[in-house]
Design a protein around this ligand. Structure first.
Ligand code: 1YM
Length: 411
């Protein structure tokens, strides 16, 4: 491992057992990048950004950060800035190096080891900052914390110099800045970022994290041009996501129906029973069309294959509408029940769960397997929707009538 001294010349430094392990870890990522980010195509290139942004989103979900700023620099390097607490800089006693260095150089070091909560958001593979570091030509991290600015640089995963203090800042100014340049020898297809691809995903992340500001900026413009900039901020979260998806449709009613709730599940951790939370958010609105558009997320990750959260939603919707329709004589005793498809005709819905140990299943790992997500979504939707329909009979009637029409068309 080489280390830069003040004259910027590399000096060799001793290998400890831990450091050898670290290098082997990141070397494994460079040897088989596909195992960690799925692909080294354009998709994998963009995935690097999401991995770094995910850490900032976790900080936002923990309640310490409200703005994330993403810049595509002129040279196709990426800078991500957040105004959270700043990655801890103190020595991690197990590794013997600053925590921030652990985050960028040890494989699979997640939020857990920092002693805080669990990692909530996470890319498809949830591998984190060290993988981005391993696959970058260079990466620089700056931490603003306790009135000081710290910095460290890595090249292809190797530490260039020990974490150093490079200046001071206002005590109130805290946060993390990461700049990285993807390695062209790994991303052989392309190292050019597409603004629209990042825009799409960052907008989605902003919808999924209500209140969070995400700014995307592109500095690759002609000299006399202003940078292209977009800001995403939705106080309404997934409720606004549904309005956005229905933007060119004719809604059946004005309201976007929104429910949230947290259910607790018992798990055994280190021989002790503990209660872990499972957060559920659901938003939906029918339009006058016939297609069903239900999108599901687990820890901000899209699960196009559906899974337990989707099953819980469908079960609750079918059961609650049938109960309501029977109770209010919209369906007579001898009438056939409304099918799930009938009720979901023309629906636009977002289901979002935050869960401690998401199990992604299926060939493409795009399906949520946790059965506790089914019961949590089912009970949150059943309880809230029953009440909502009682309190909004006009909307209830509109949806029931549309479902009856669908039923008749089907028959
Ligand atoms: C631009 C990327 O990584 N932000 C970030 C990361 C962390 C924290 C804050 C943080 C976490 C905790 C405590 C905790 C991380 N820390 C760690 C670890 N932005 C970005 N902002 N204090 C600060 O989880 O307890 C991993 S990520 F492990 F070092 F704590």
């Amino acid at each position: 491992m080489s280390e830069e001294n003040m004259n910027n010349t590399a000096v060799e430094h001793e290998y400890g057992a831990d450091q050898i392990q670290i290098l082997e870890g990141l070397e494994a990522v460079r040897k088989r990048p596909g195992m960690y980010i799925g692909t080294t195509s354009s998709r994998g290139l963009h995935h690097l950004v999401y991995e770094i942004v995910d850490n900032a989103v976790d900080e936002a979900l923990a309640g310490f950060c409200d703005t994330i700023d993403v810049t595509i620099n002129e040279d196709n390097s990426i800078t991500v800035i957040d105004n959270g607490r700043g990655i801890p800089v103190g020595i991690n006693h197990k590794a013997g190096i600053p925590a921030v260095e652990v985050v960028f150089t040890i494989l699979h070091a997640g939020g857990k080891f920092g002693g805080g909560g669990y990692k909530v958001s996470g890319g498809l593979h949830g591998v984190g900052a060290s993988v981005v570091n391993a696959l970058s030509d260079w990466l620089e991290v700056k931490v603003y914390k306790d009135g000081k600015i710290y910095q460290q640089r890595y090249e292809r995963g190797h530490v260039c110099y020990p974490l150093k203090e490079i200046g001071t800042c206002e005590k109130e100014q805290t946060g993390t800045t990461v700049t990285f340049k993807p390695d062209e020898t790994i991303f052989t297809e392309t190292t050019v970022y597409e603004f629209d691809v990042l825009k799409q995903r960052l907008r989605e992340m902003a919808f999924l994290t209500k209140g969070l500001h995400i700014i995307l900026r592109d500095l690759r413009v002609e000299e006399d041009q202003k940078p292209v900039e977009r800001e995403f901020h939705y106080e309404g979260g997934i409720k606004e996501f549904v309005s956005y998806l229905n933007r060119s449709k004719k809604p059946l009613y004005d309201d976007v129906i929104y429910f949230e709730g947290t259910k607790y599940f018992e798990v055994v951790k280190e021989d002790e029973k503990v209660e872990v939370p499972l957060q559920v958010e659901v938003a939906f609105q029918h339009n006058d069309g016939y297609t069903e558009n239900v999108e599901c997320f687990a820890n901000n990750i899209n699960t196009p294959g559906g899974g337990m959260h989707l099953t819980g939603f469908k079960n609750a919707l079918t059961k609650t509408f049938n109960d309501y329709a029977k109770k209010n004589k919209i369906l007579k005793d001898n009438d056939a029940s409304l099918s799930g498809e009938d009720i979901r005709e023309g629906i636009t819905a977002i289901i979002s769960v935050k869960i401690e140990n998401p199990q992604f299943e299926g060939q493409t790992k795009d399906k949520l397997g946790n059965t506790e997500a089914r019961s949590a979504v089912d009970s949150v939707v059943t309880e809230s929707l029953t009440l909502y329909l009682e309190q909004n009979p006009n909307i209830a009637k509109l949806i029931c009538e549309k479902s009856l029409l669908a039923q008749r068309a089907r028959e």
